[in-house]
Write a protein that binds this ligand. Structure first.
Ligand SMILES: C[S@@+](CC[C@H](N)C(=O)[O-])C[C@H]1O[C@@H](n2cnc3c(N)ncnc32)[C@H](O)[C@@H]1O
Length: 210
């Protein structure tokens, strides 16, 4: 059993004993997905966007994006190393209208289209899988590893270089972290970095523009 808590906006999150962190902000898991990852991307202003959800986990960031897109076309590639988490998605009660689509995608073997939304979840290490994505093919990246302290390998300049490579000119990367080292690595990869929204009592999130 994965220990579950209800965050302050009523949405559930889970403890990861290996990394020693919750998967989402305890000030509001759904709120974090919507406000820090999805809303800054202004998805409705993009035509048929391609999204890359780095560290898919329970799929909250993708679910928030699909809820915003509603009847508008969008393609999402999710990358996640832990198949055990993905397998729990069908039994999880997450408060997103689109979550049934994500649950069905997992049940069907990790790829699903309903004619409007395309979702493909790939299982493996982001550092290897990112190399398979074509240059300049992605509109927005949601970058959601565990913290730089607990998961430093996914916040390196090498990873940022690859994320910069796959994004289209004008594409956006959003992440919850405002750590100086994270921002320095984003800048070293060529991104323009700015503050995202302040949610809860924490500092701002980060928006990086290619
Ligand atoms: C903070 S959680 C992501 C939460 C997720 N975005 C959601 O909405 O539920 C971080 C995720 O990164 C995954 N992860 C850790 N190392 C990874 C790696 N090298 N490659 C891909 N995923 C990794 C973990 O298994 C975990 O699911």
């Amino acid at each position: 059993m994965t220990p579950l808590i209800i965050t302050k906006d009523g949405s559930p999150t889970f403890w990861n004993p290996t990394f020693g962190e919750y998967y989402h902000s305890i000030t509001g898991a759904k709120e974090e997905a919507m406000k820090k990852f999805v809303e800054p991307c202004e998805l409705l202003s993009r035509k048929n966007p391609v999204l890359l959800d780095v560290c898919f986990g329970w799929g909250y960031n993708t679910a928030a994006a699909l809820d915003v897109m509603a009847e508008h076309p969008v393609s999402v590639i999710g990358m996640e190393i832990d198949n055990n988490v993905l397998q729990k998605i069908p039994m999880t009660n997450a408060p997103f209208t689109s979550y049934q689509f994500i649950q069905k995608c997992v049940r069907k073997g990790y790829a699903l289209s309903n004619g409007i939304w395309n979702l493909s979840i790939v299982v493996g290490d982001v550092r290897e899988m990112i190399k398979t994505i074509a240059s300049c093919s992605v509109d927005c990246v949601f970058l959601d590893p565990f913290s730089p302290k607990r998961c430093p390998e996914l916040w390196t300049v090498n990873v940022m270089n690859e994320l910069h490579r796959v994004l289209k000119q004008g594409g956006l990367l959003t992440t919850y972290s405002c750590a100086r080292s994270v921002r320095e690595n984003l800048k070293a990869a060529g991104f323009h970095v700015k503050d995202g929204p302040c949610i809860g009592r924490r500092g701002p999130s980060t928006i990086a523009v290619r």
